[in-house]
Design a protein. Structure first.
Length: 205
């Protein structure tokens, strides 16, 4: 049967090869910026290309789906959130230093070939929520007994609000600029663990 007017058949392409290539460049730009492109944006871009060429035709939603089938690299990718601080830390200068160290390591160990996937499997979006991470250290025995944990916050000083948290009185609170443990806190934790794990009967040692 002959296709009805206005419908696309297998050979009735709305865009020419040159226009299709131009639309691919538009989608590549999204990939380069590390963002997801929506089908609606692709459809609007295709219609803009047609309009610029003097055509009165427009592409529809089904056409956009077929375009992505022909170019599977533009399929929608799962998004993951990333903190704004981590995003800001990925500065060009730091990335250059990273790859310079990487290149030096390859030369040191005489690595000639390195296989790296160029496919971008996920899109990272900035997480605007203000979150603070803490480090929690706890010891649990093989029979399920545990000592009160040590909680390390990020900061230089402990504030009163940190102790109004509903935790047990035996929890050891501490703070470092990084929010992680250090040598001094490691010894504090060992003292805390020894005190909490010490048996009541010395003969049980």
């Amino acid at each position: 049967m002959r296709a009805r007017t206005g419908q696309s058949s297998g050979t009735n392409k709305k865009l020419s090869d040159e226009q299709d290539a131009a639309l691919c460049l538009y989608c590549d730009r999204y990939l380069y910026l590390g963002t997801n492109h929506k089908k609606k944006c692709i459809r609007l871009a295709a219609n803009s290309i047609l309009k610029a060429a003097g055509s009165t035709e427009n592409v529809g939603r089904d056409w956009t789906s077929r375009f992505i089938e022909r170019h599977p690299q533009y399929k929608f990718k799962q998004s993951r959130s990333i903190s704004a601080a981590r995003k800001r830390a990925a500065q060009k200068e730091e990335l250059i230093k990273h790859f310079e160290r990487f290149e030096a390591t390859m030369k040191e160990y005489n690595i000639d070939i390195l296989l790296v996937s160029t496919e971008q499997k996920q899109i990272y979006l900035i997480d605007l929520e203000n979150r603070e991470y803490v480090t929690v250290i706890e010891a649990i025995s093989t029979v399920g007994k545990h000592t009160e944990p040590m909680v390390i916050l990020s900061g230089q000083l402990m504030k009163e609000k940190h102790f109004k948290n509903g935790l047990h009185d035996g929890v050891l609170m501490a703070a470092t600029e990084s929010g992680y443990s250090n040598d001094w806190l490691s010894f504090k934790w060992l003292d805390h663990w020894e005190e909490n794990s010490r048996p009541d009967d010395p003969e049980e040692w």
